[in-house]
Design a protein around this ligand. Sequence first.
Ligand SMILES: *Cc1c(COP(=O)(O)O)cnc(C)c1O
Ligand SMILES: [Zn+2]
Length: 454
Amino acid sequence: MTVKAVQQCIIPSCGRTYDVYTLKTACEKCGNLVDVRYDDRPNPTLKEVFDERRNHRGNIFNESGVWRFRELINFPGVDCNDFDAYSNVLVSLDGAEGRTKPFHLTRVAEYVGMRSENFWLQFEGSNPTGSFKDNGMATAFTHAKMLGVKRITCASTGNTSSSAAAFAANEGIEAIVFMGEGKIARGKLAQTLDYGARVVQIRGYFDDAMNRVKELVTKKGFYAVNSLNAFRLEGQKTMIYRVLAYLKWRVPDWIVFPGGNLGNTSAFGKAFKELYDWGWIKRMPRVAVVNAEGANTLYRLFNELGVKWNGGRVDDDVIDEYYTDLERRRWKAETKASAIEILKPVNLKKALRTLEYTDGIVVQVSDEEMLDARAIVGRNGFGCELASAATVAGIKKLVSEERIRADETTVGILTGHMLKDMDTIIQYHLDPRNTFSNTPLVVANDLQSILAIL
Ligand SMILES: *Cc1c(COP(=O)(O)O)cnc(C)c1O
Ligand SMILES: [Zn+2]
């Protein structure tokens, strides 16, 4: 193996580098996040190779929607053409992760006011554990394996823990996951328990669990697979590679997705910027990050308090003041979309950087808007979990405000599967006041009564 990658502090005026055989969740010099940086400039002729690999011929690393693009995320430094060499290093759920692509959903297009021909949703809920997190775990666990790690940890609202537990089970690694008490959808809890992770429920919220995990990392050397792990974000870039490969590398006008801990916001911006710098694409798309109103830190900081990346000179004082104020008022995140119920997104600065790279915007949507949008995705014969519907609700809002034009090429990411959180869905349908509710009919047990209501 010839490693041609380093970890590097994201702040240009610091820029300290670290080798890839450690996990730096923060720069030792300035405390900011780090990125994975590559020396090589992958050749655009690889576009054809990626296409050919879709005929995987039984090679699970070609079948995998993550490792199909291995040349672009090759932090382990494997020979990408030597199966024996890379198959010993790369971690995959037998090729099952990341096998997604964009779909046309005509009813959703109509609902949001877009032309169906130029509107796609990429359904990451069809990953093996039902959320996009599997993309990132493939790379995070590859890195953990490079380091010889025997135990991983994470804080989770449920999808990270489900995905981490599945990969850990597959690799024979112990997983210890921290959750806010009662703050997890039942499907996700069921998965995490069933895949054999040790589940610790903290009396508090996700942000509290995240803080405890950070302590375990910095004070006790635990290996965390949360999105502050830069190697995890490398896998999440492949969602963008699949969008672009599907569109024959024509860059869409907009990419829209929910913002929680802002891992995707960070990974997507990095993916586009690298491709741009490598000469693979000629322009950048614009991203739109969608916050829930009840967990809208990025929205508030970016839109109302004017916090910008500013070439790496972020105004830390405004951010600190904002968080101090939240604490003083004992403010808690509050949304039914539990996957994005996060007040202190760990990837905030990387997300600000993405917004600068892509001339990006941030919108917020209410729970009601997400609930209705989610129901429409269902009506299209698909389905997604509530947080994912932030994407659809966000696009609808942006189209109605004429910030996205109906003829602009737009790709939304649906982040998780509908069966993750059935309680929310059933509750919605049982209440006839909801716009798209579908309430069961109750009828006496005889044919005449049945015929009377049909
Ligand atoms: C994790 C998750 C999110 C939030 O993604 P971030 O990268 O943390 O912003 C959104 N939707 C679903 C379904 C998730 O599991
Ligand atoms: Zn630094």
